[in-house]
Design a protein around this ligand. Structure first.
Ligand code: CU
Length: 411
């Protein structure tokens, strides 16, 4: 009996030791305020595995990802972007309503060792946007190494609301992505940012602001006992997230890519596609200091109650290969949240009204176009207006502030 008990205790302690979760702190990108911004894009390293440097891209001496740029609606901003990568790149201001020449698409190349100096007036509403390389055929490579950053636009309307907005305290940016690493001796522990037979559209390990969840090591953040705002970007190549809290608690959507929604929307799950941003409020006011909860992706077939496959990018069942990953078709950990002491002047009330959105109607439309697209399935090429991509081809010309109706047909 005694021996048996000893064995059970020994087994239990071994089990708990092997299952013990350790935590690594979330990194919050530093904030830069405008209207003038200097960004130095360069190569560096980050230790994702003990004793092994992973080559990464960053800006201004961080180690993965770039600073968060704070811009104000109505300001004319001036950016100095130095490309110290050993490769040509571009920098695209994702979601910004700006002239094409300033937009940093595949045409506005920044040769290695040069400075790009775009300037534009911020017309966008208060919301969360982002910047990332957009060089033709190299976007996954450059973004995959960590080149990118968030932009937070402020405006008078949003600033007048009683919302959490103390950056890195009760207003937290979360950049979600995942990475696959090479396991071959030649490239050991380097990012595999290829998308093909040897690579994947999906990573194997979840990164939050560049910090990795792996095995029993989870990313952790301390958040105060009050309403906290999460600005979440899906910075994946293809994976969609079905986000929720481990205790199935209700949280509130307050904003999307385009700005505030009319009123907080109570949800227990929210779906976020690549490139998309969402702003959430978590109510931690009634959680005990020291208690914890987890932000997770509920991406398994079981959680969704559906057949995933191509209807849900990242739902494919494979763990390897081009459309496989260790995170595919599973519920996985994103962020461990520990509740800490309330701050001075906490937000303790959920606003009832945020804005009154005016949506375009048919009466605003000055022109209608029909656009055909084909392809996009494995083994096929995309065409737009029956043309393959060409850097020299302008498919459609339209006015800067035109409101048009486009009827898009997938053939
Ligand atoms: Cu983009």
């Amino acid at each position: 009996m005694k021996t048996k008990l000893l064995f059970v205790l020994l087994f239990a302690s071994l089990l708990s030791e092997s299952m013990a979760v350790t935590y690594v702190n979330l990194w919050i990108p530093p904030a830069l305020s405008g209207p003038t911004f200097s960004l130095n894009l360069h190569v560096t390293n980050k230790y994702y595995f003990a004793g092994s440097n992973t080559v990464t891209y960053t800006y201004n001496n961080a180690d993965f990802w770039g600073p968060t740029l704070f811009m104000t609606n109505g300001d004319t901003v001036q950016i100095y972007l130095t490309n110290n990568l050993p490769d040509t790149t571009t920098t695209h201001w994702h979601g910004f309503h700006i002239p094409a020449i300033m937009d940093g698409g595949p045409h506005e190349i920044i040769p290695s060792g040069t400075v790009w100096t775009p300037t534009f007036t911020v017309l966008n509403r208060a919301a969360t946007y982002w910047y990332h390389p957009h060089l033709h055929t190299m976007t996954q490579n450059h973004l995959g190494h960590g080149a990118g950053g968030l932009i937070i636009v402020k405006d008078a309307q949003e600033s007048a609301l009683a919302l959490p907005r103390t950056y890195a305290v009760d207003d937290i940016p979360l950049v979600l992505t995942s990475r696959r690493f090479y396991t071959t001796a030649q490239n050991l522990n380097q990012f595999n940012v290829t998308n093909g037979a040897a690579g994947s559209a999906y990573g194997d390990y979840e990164l939050v602001n560049g910090v990795m969840n792996i095995g029993t090591t989870n990313v952790q953040v301390m958040l105060p006992q009050q309403y906290v705002r999460l600005r979440i970007l899906n910075a994946e190549i293809e994976r969609v997230y079905n986000l929720g809290l481990g205790n199935n608690a209700t949280f509130y959507v307050i904003g999307t890519d385009g700005g505030l929604v009319n009123a907080p929307i109570a949800v227990t799950r929210v779906v976020l596609a690549p490139g998309e941003r969402i702003e959430l409020l978590l109510n931690l006011a009634s959680s005990a200091v020291g208690s914890s909860l987890d932000l997770k992706a509920y991406n398994s077939n079981a959680s969704l109650g559906t057949t995933l496959s191509f209807s849900y990018p990242g739902g494919e069942p494979n763990t390897t290969g081009q459309f496989g990953s260790l995170l595919n078709n599973s519920d996985f950990q994103i962020l461990h949240i520990v509740v800490t002491n309330q701050t001075a002047n906490p937000i303790l009330t959920l606003p009832t009204v945020l804005t009154t959105n005016a949506f375009w109607t048919a009466g605003d439309v000055s022109n209608t176009r029909n656009v055909a697209i084909t392809g996009g399935f494995p083994g096929t090429l995309f065409t737009f207006d029956n043309n393959l991509f060409s850097i020299n081809l302008i498919n459609q010309n339209l006015g800067y502030n035109a409101v048009e109706k486009w009827v898009i047909t997938l053939r």
